[in-house]
Design a protein around this ligand. Structure first.
Ligand code: OGA
Ligand code: MN
Length: 287
């Protein structure tokens, strides 16, 4: 018997996990059961937690090797003492931003999709949240694929997609990169546009829209086809948005979902700590 309850949060995807205190080490059976729950629901929300960075690292590290925090638009800004902990915040201290993504909308994306081996999951923990805005939305990329009309499904079969490495989901250029001019040679990695889930179902692997490119097509054709795919892929009825409270930890499967964030008032503080769990070779849970 698992020592937690699962309550689905929307018809689309996601479940709340009730009954676990993540500040205590989890036993391997619980980790196994959570992995299976993540495979099934794709997003897990844990509320009312009180976690320090060491707890966040231990909890997420139970699911696989943690990747280092990516470079932000302001350079490297991991939480002090924890190079695996990425800070997402609009807070400025002593004239310097403490984290990435500011207060604007962040567009639909999968985390670090521009790597050859993107993280398989991410965990985001809320330390400070605004009174309004800043909700984080999720979509299953299996549902995105299913939402394509038949003709479009045929057109995407066998195509690949180049995922841009220069710009983050807030539309900010990562420090050290330049705005891409030729998408054929700019930094990023190429992945199949259609992925096959271990269940045999197909999924769209879109990464993010900005500076994405379908190799082999003229730039204008690539833009037109991507726009058409995206129109179906993130249809509002396929999505679920999490309304944050301090102490929430939300973990998502980064292979079979994408996420985005609403903007929020610039004069309110939002501070989140994230870990990214690297491609994993054991404990495979998805059936
Ligand atoms: C992330 C991310 C959105 C948010 O943590 O990867 O995209 O809600 N965050 O801050
Ligand atoms: Mn993200």
């Amino acid at each position: 018997m698992a020592d937690f309850d699962l309550r689905p949060v929307s018809p689309a995807l996601g479940a709340e996990v009730v009954g676990l205190d993540l500040s205590r080490p989890l036993d391997p059976r619980t980790v196994e059961a959570l992995s299976a729950a993540l495979g099934e629901h794709l997003v897990l929300a844990f509320r009312g937690q009180r976690l320090g960075d060491a707890d966040l690292v231990r909890f997420s590290g139970a699911f696989g090797r943690l990747d280092k925090a990516p470079i932000t638009e302001h350079g490297r800004l991991n939480a002090p003492g924890f190079e695996e902990v990425y800070v997402i915040s609009n807070v400025v201290e002593d004239g310097r931003p403490i984290g990435a993504l500011g207060d604007r909308e962040s567009a639909w994306h999968a985390d670090m999709a521009y790597l050859d081996e993107p993280p398989f999951a991410s965990s985001l923990y809320a330390l400070e949240v605004p009174d309004e805005g800043g909700d984080t939305g999720f979509v299953s990329t299996l549902a995105s694929y299913d939402a394509l009309p038949e003709g479009l499904r045929r057109r995407v079969e066998g195509l690949s997609l180049k995922h841009d490495a220069t710009t983050n989901s807030g539309g900010y250029l990562r420090q050290g990169f330049e705005v891409p001019t030729d998408l054929r040679s700019s930094p990023g990695s190429v992945h199949p546009l259609v992925d096959v889930h271990p269940s045999g179902r197909k999924a769209l692997r879109l990464g993010r829209r900005l500076h994405a490119y379908i190799p082999g097509l003229e730039r204008v054709e690539s833009e037109a086809l991507l726009d058409e795919i995206w129109r179906h892929a993130v249809r509002p009825d396929l999505t679920w948005h999490h309304r944050w409270r301090v102490g929430d930890l939300v973990m998502w499967d980064n292979r079979w979902t994408m996420h985005r964030r609403d903007p929020f008032p610039a004069d309110q503080r939002r501070r989140m700590h994230r870990t990214q769990i690297g491609a994993r070779h054991t404990l495979e849970s998805v059936q």
